[in-house]
Structure formats: C-alpha cells, structure tokens
Design a protein around this ligand. Sequence first.
Ligand SMILES: [Zn+2]
Length: 230
Amino acid sequence: MTDARRLAAVASRALAAAGHGDMVWGHVSVRDPDGRGVWIKAPGWGLEEVRDDRVQLVSFDAEVLAGDGGPHKECHIHLEILRRQPELTSVVHTHARGSVSFAALAVPLLPLSHDGALFAGEDVPRFAGTGGLISTPALGRDLAAALGDAPAALMPHHGLVAAGRTVAAAVMHAVLLDRACTAQLTAMAAGPVRSWSGPAEARAKAAECWPESQLVAGFDYLVRRAGTRD
Ligand SMILES: [Zn+2]
C-alpha cells in the first residue's frame, strides 16, 4: 500500500466531510511519487465511500495501471494540471453547490471572510472554455492554463478545481473557495454588500490566515470528522 494511495482515500473522505459530495461525482488526485501518474478514486463511488481498494493509479496517458475499472472521464483535469506544474502534488475537482451557484452570478469574489482572503484580494480565476465535462487532454490543458498558479478556480456551469503542493493544501483550497462563495451568496441574498477587506488587509490575511500549518490543521480536522485513517 503506497502513502499516495492512502492519501487519495483519506482526502476523498475529508472533502465529503466538508460537504463537497455530489453522489458519485467529483474527485481528488495525488501524484504518484514514482512518476507513474496519479492516484484517484475509481468511478462509481461517492467521496465518503472511498477506501484504499477503491483508488486507482492512472497514467499520464489516462490508462489505469492499478485498481479496478476504467478511468474517470474527467481524469484529464488532474493529469494536465499535474503535468503542467511539476511542483504540485494534488488536484481537487468537485461540484460544490456554493461554487456553482456563485459562479452563475458572474460577479467578482470578494474577501468577505478569512476564507475569501485566500485569493489575497484578487478575483478567483474562472474557466470559460466549457461548462461540460473535461473529457479530453486538450480541455484539461485549457483548464490548467486558466488555473495558472492560483490556488483554485471556478468552473462556471460545472464546479471548481483546486491544487496544492500538498494534499492538505489542495483540499483546503477547494474548501475555502466554496466557503467564500457561500458567504458571499448569503450576504448578497440579504442585501447590498458594503464591507470587505481592502487590498492591504486581504493580502495580509492571505499570509496570516493560510500558511501551510493552518491548511494542515484544517485538513486534519476534516479527516477526524470523516472518521479514522485507514
Ligand atoms: Zn465534473
């Protein structure tokens, strides 16, 4: 059993604990330390159902090297982002409802909360290529370009994508983006939004609130909520 395989299972359940489940859709990948591809849950399982034996090793050519069944149609999200950015370890793609609803408003994401400060006062990137499935390497490359070196991006009409140098960072980037979207949806539903962090405060908060230690603390909390590590 590899650490990467186990981490892919643990991270899947952590995302479920954070409310990112969408029946059997959405996934998180962990780069194989030997360069063979990515560890990612097998199709047909919900995030909260993922155990070590429900994780596949998928090559950068989208072939299943270990585990059961075919690859996810959207494995190209993970393969192309990790191919483009060798320093990254993990990618998350979910259909988190707050993110989908917020993206439909087509307004900038504001730093209303600690969560929203993740982007240091900048708007979140958005992938405009398609609202459909990222089912080809070309679409995966376009999505990777839209994400750039940002921690996460919205995929309007679809969901979100997030990435990190660690699994904890990738998961937390997804969680923070969706929480920021949900906070702004709530505020906008109640009335005009009048107050949020200015550029200097937002930049300071990004560094103060979200160093790696706090991303790990948040991830570990989600893992505890999800249940035992196995
Ligand atoms: Zn999707």
